[in-house]
Design a protein around this ligand. Structure first.
Ligand SMILES: *Cc1c(COP(=O)(O)O)cnc(C)c1O
Ligand code: SF4
Length: 531
């Protein structure tokens, strides 16, 4: 692939400016030069032989890189090596003849390689810190397996219990007494959690409990699943829950003309301490009636603008397969509904729930109209070999698996943690979609909130340093989703030349706009032939 900015290759067997400059540097006398040592001379002889013999580009680059280093850093003139300029020029020419894209030696050595070096530097810090500061559940798997063995023993769970959703739910950890048997909690924490769980529901699957690392203060798994005193201290003026002002029909939330959600259950396998739907879920499990689903589906059926329906909760995958099948089939039968989404955290909280029957239901519906599974993963710790395998299975059956993370203090509010999260989920067949700034609506989790600009800086740090499809959109929710990207357009002049900012370096670049006159002119492309 060629881009417009690439210079046309020189076909005539002569040098481009970069190679010209390289030779001029090499053959300009060096101020205060010194003699090359025997070893240095021998090294050049070896590199020359390799560059001269092979039909390869790398040995040619290696020879000239060394000559350039000797010249610029060691103050050794090229005359030390008895290499005639003409001979070296022929080798340099061979470089661009061998290279498929006719890249010149000077271009590669003095331009491309230094640019790649500068780019490499931008991730050095991350690479050295990511395993220590933000280990994934895959990296911690040996420890998690020990945790699993301990929890199984404590709860007297058989392998069958562990590997089934019924076993996981039957043994779910919903009291502080059970919790204290499974993880080491300070005495004061046990007392506090006992009090708090009178007001806020706690439920962890044994599987999710096994992700908690013994002895870690503010473990990101614990923070997300075990309520703390702040929830009570913070609870003050409640801003009315979203549903109160956005529910035009039973089970439905709607902000947008063409997308809506069906809150299909109030149950979750694990109850998050930062849940936006705190007011609806978690008090007591409700099984919704056929009539309720019927009314919601009627609303969709009667609103021809609706093209995309989100089945959320609670957690959609907590519903029995029969109900998910029913809802999906109903939606598929509505002509104006073109696609569906299912919101679930089950692949990270209770992956064993995702059975073959469910996968078949997803695939059958996806064959009719695209299905996306939208999940919530907030830390790389939530990705284990088990959840990764589950996402792989799901991704084979649906159009896309997307992640909506919440920016949470202590869980993912650093560059290293967020990069690691996004990389890990992408390597697990899940695409980062949204990163939500934690909402102001529920004062119970004010202690988790992270300043807007912290999140913005984290997301911007990813541009240019990670695959584009690993970068989520940063969103604040305020009666709809508002993107929070900083504007990379600095200014524009009256001729339509823009000044843009590269997020990864701050460097400003000029970007001429399209020719407006040309754009608005009548007649275009094949129009010309119709005259
Ligand atoms: C998030 C949300 C949607 C979907 O928004 P997208 O930007 O399409 O992902 C739709 N309806 C409600 C009520 C939502 O909260
Ligand atoms: S899975 Fe979603 S709905 Fe359920 S508790 Fe967590 S954030 Fe709330």
């Amino acid at each position: 692939m060629t881009t417009c900015s690439q210079k046309p290759a020189d076909q005539s067997g002569s040098f481009d400016q970069f190679t010209e400059d390289l030779f001029n540097t090499l053959y300009t006398p060096v101020q205060g030069s010194r003699e090359a040592s025997k070893e240095e001379k021998a090294l050049i002889v070896t590199l020359f032989a390799k560059a001269d013999q092979n039909q390869l580009t790398a040995p040619i680059v290696a020879l000239f890189a060394k000559l350039l280093e000797f010249n610029s850093e060691q103050k050794i003139e090229i005359s030390n090596f008895g290499l005639e300029r003409k001979v070296l020029e022929n080798i340099a020419l061979r470089h661009q003849e061998i290279d498929e894209h006719m890249v010149s030696l000077g271009g590669r050595l003095t331009q491309a390689l230094p640019i790649a070096d500068v780019a490499n530097d931008r991730v050095t810090d991350y690479l050295s810190r990511k395993t220590e500061e933000a280990p994934s559940g895959i990296e911690l798997w040996p420890q998690i397996q020990e945790n699993i063995a301990r929890i199984k023993r404590e709860l007297k769970m058989s392998d069958d219990d562990w590997n089934s959703s019924s076993g996981q739910l039957r043994n779910a950890v919903d009291s502080v007494d059970t919790l204290a048997k499974l993880i080491d909690l300070p005495v004061d924490a046990v007392k506090a959690i006992g009090k708090i769980t009178k007001s806020y529901r706690m439920r962890l699957t044994p599987y999710y409990t096994s992700l908690i690392m013994p002895g870690m203060v503010n473990d990101p798994i614990m923070l997300q699943s075990i309520p703390t005193g702040e929830m009570i201290n913070n609870s003050g003026i409640e801003i009315p829950p979203v549903a109160a002002d956005h529910s035009p029909a039973r089970l439905i939330d709607q902000f947008y003309p063409r997308v809506l959600t069906i809150k299909s259950t109030n149950m979750c396998a694990m109850y998050c301490t930062h849940c936006l739907r705190l007011a609806h879920i978690g008090r007591k499990d409700n099984v919704y009636s056929k009539e309720a689903y019927g009314e919601a589906l009627d609303y969709v059926r009667n609103n021809k603008r609706i093209r995309d329906v989100l089945i959320t909760g609670g957690d959609a995958f907590v519903l029995p397969n029969s109900i998910l099948k029913f809802i999906l089939e109903e939606l598929d039968s509505i002509k104006h509904v073109k696609m569906k989404r299912l919101g679930t955290r089950v692949p990270v909280t209770m992956p064993m729930r995702v059975d073959n029957e469910l996968l078949d239901i997803l695939e059958a519906s996806n064959d009719k109209k695209p299905v996306r599974v939208v999940t919530q993963i907030n830390t790389a710790r939530e990705i284990t070999p088990v959840s990764q395998e589950t996402f792989k299975q799901i991704s084979k059956r649906v159009f896309a698996v997307l992640n909506q993370a919440v920016l949470l203090k202590g869980i993912n509010d650093s560059k290293v943690k967020m990069w690691k999260l996004c990389e890990t989920i992408q390597e697990s067949y899940v695409r980062p979609y949204y990163l939500f700034n934690c909402s102001y609506r529920n004062p119970q989790f004010n202690h988790f909130r992270v300043p807007l600009e912290v999140g913005r800086d984290i997301i911007e740090s990813m541009y240019g340093n990670i695959s584009g499809d690993a970068i989520p959109r940063y969103i604040s929710t305020a009666g709809g989703k508002i993107p929070m990207h900083r504007d990379n357009v600095i200014s524009s002049d009256d001729k339509g030349n823009y000044t843009l900012r590269k997020p990864w370096s701050g460097e400003e670049v000029q970007y001429p706009d399209a020719d407006k006159e040309l754009y608005y002119k009548d007649g275009f492309a094949f129009d010309e032939y119709l005259k």
